[in-house]
Design a binder for this molecule. Structure first.
Ligand code: NAD
Ligand code: GDC
Ligand code: GDD
Length: 363
């Protein structure tokens, strides 16, 4: 492995920063690290964090809807930096079943956070983009050689979630050209770890695979034939990468992902290995498969940051597995009798649009 460039997060000394979607999985991990380093962190999210009290990861918590510009403007006021991690999102089952709502919600959030950062004369703006921006034609073979940043154009993302991310990247880059705002964009490759969503339909493969491995007794279900491939990135690597990037001078979108690619069949075997459940037969069922093969190419991140994610699947997934096991035991003790050995596909069209319709916007 090439040696990594050293990095120390500059001390905050009370500088104000805003984390949009900071009660979510990645946002809360980033907010906590910034707070621990002396930044005064404002989190804005329309949901509370399930696992931590606000004072554990931020100094101010604004419980509100970032689809409203005035909420974003209030949250970004006087901030040196803005990290936009807010999005209506989930794993494959979720993003392909909720395309209209995700388009509306995420376009509004992305626009509002960027404009709010400009109005507040913030110095740096981080945007959480996704490997979902990449052209589907480059992801039809399970033996994916690694997506290079330029593979996003000409554009043909698989779904609206990815197209919105690509548009939001371009909008941010335009703001960076027109105004004195440093734009930093990372394309995340399937981030996983403790405190990530693990049930309810929004979970991605790593959490779903652990949950199913813990609770399956007769057979183990996988959507698709299991030959589809991905690389998965452990949360600590993600946080480290976001901070290194935001404090760097890299002004182009870069991959933030592991290059350890694995098929879903092999990934299931890893999940089943922690408690010797490898004997369970795999049952392949119909389900949303997403792209056929996806991996990160890390040449650009190495060139720009002198660093790349290093956590191995077997290590990161072990921590995730035992964290989920604890959560399941807690839920069972509290009386939850749900069948956790199956993954759900949920549609939230009505809920989400009604929520907006019920509220008056002052913009
Ligand atoms: P998450 O769902 O845990 O966090 C997103 C947060 O945004 C949630 O807490 C949610 O309540 C909040 N949010 C959604 N709509 C909102 C609104 N209208 N107003 C205020 N808050 C709102 O997801 P995550 O995994 O932490 O993802 C963070 C960011 O990274 C997202 O932009 C996501 O698209 C991107 N991303 C994540 C992954 C991944 O694998 N986790 C991969 C690629 C990109
Ligand atoms: O959901 P995901 O992790 O999303 O799915 C990976 C693969 O695992 C898919 O082929 C899916 O069909 C398969 N799979 C099998 N069983 C299950 O029970 C299951 N649950 C899930 N979730 N998957 C299962 C994602 C987007 C994110 C994000 C990342 C960026 O696509 O959903 O929003 O931006 O990409 O990398 P994935 O990797 O296709
Ligand atoms: N989620 C999930 N749950 N996926 C399953 C399951 C299951 O129970 N069983 C099999 N899979 C398969 C999916 O069909 C898919 O082929 C693969 O596992 C990975 O699924 P996800 O983890 O849900 O999604 P993804 O990797 O295709 O996309 C995720 O990462 C992208 C960025 O890399 C999503 O979170 C996207 O929104 C994101 O942009």
């Amino acid at each position: 492995m090439t040696e990594h460039r050293p990095f120390t997060l500059p001390p905050g000394n009370g500088a104000k920063v805003c984390v949009g979607g900071g009660a979510g999985f990645i946002g809360s991990h980033i907010a906590k690290r910034l707070k621990e380093n002396g930044y005064k962190v404002t989190v804005v999210d329309w949901k509370e964090n399930e696992f931590m009290k606000p004072e554990e990861f931020c100094d101010e918590f604004i419980l509100d809807d970032l689809r409203k510009l005035e909420v974003a403007v209030r949250a970004c006021k006087d901030c040196l930096q803005v990290y936009n991690l807010a999005a209506d999102m989930g794993g494959m089952g979720f993003i392909c079943s909720n395309e209209s709502v995700l388009s509306f919600n995420n376009t509004s959030i992305s626009m509002n956070m960027l404009e709010a950062a400009r109005r507040s004369k913030c110095r740096d703006f981080f945007y959480a983009s996704s490997a979902c921006v990449y052209n589907e034609a480059k992801q039809e073979d399970p033996e994916n050689p690694g997506l290079v940043e330029s593979d996003a154009w000409p554009a043909r993302p698989q779904d609206m979630y990815g197209l919105e991310k690509l548009y939001a990247e371009e909008m941010a880059l335009a703001y960076g050209r027109d105004f004195p705002l440093n734009i930093r964009i990372a394309r995340f490759h399937n981030i996983y770890g403790p405190r990530g969503t693990w049930k309810g339909g929004r979970e991605k493969a790593p959490a779903a695979f652990c949950r199913k491995a813990i609770t399956s007794t007769v057979e183990y279900e996988i959507w698709g034939d299991g030959l589809q491939t991905r690389s998965f990135t452990y949360i600590d690597d993600c946080v480290e990468g976001v901070l290194r990037l935001t404090f760097s001078d890299c002004d182009v979108p870069i991959n933030l992902g592991s290059t350890e690619m694995i098929s879903m069949n092999d990934f299931a075997a890893v999940a089943l290995s922690y408690e010797d459940k490898g004997h369970l037969p795999i049952k392949h069922i119909d389900g949303p498969m997403g792209v056929r093969g996806r991996n990160s190419n890390n040449v650009l991140i190495m060139e720009k940051l002198g660093w790349e994610p290093t956590t191995k699947i077997v290590d990161g997934l072990r921590k995730t597995y035992f964290w989920i096991k604890g959560e399941i035991e807690r839920e069972i003790k509290e009386g939850n009798t749900a069948d956790f050995s199956k993954s759900e596909i949920v549609q939230q069209v009505e809920d989400s649009l009604l929520q907006l319709g019920n509220e008056e916007s002052t913009v």
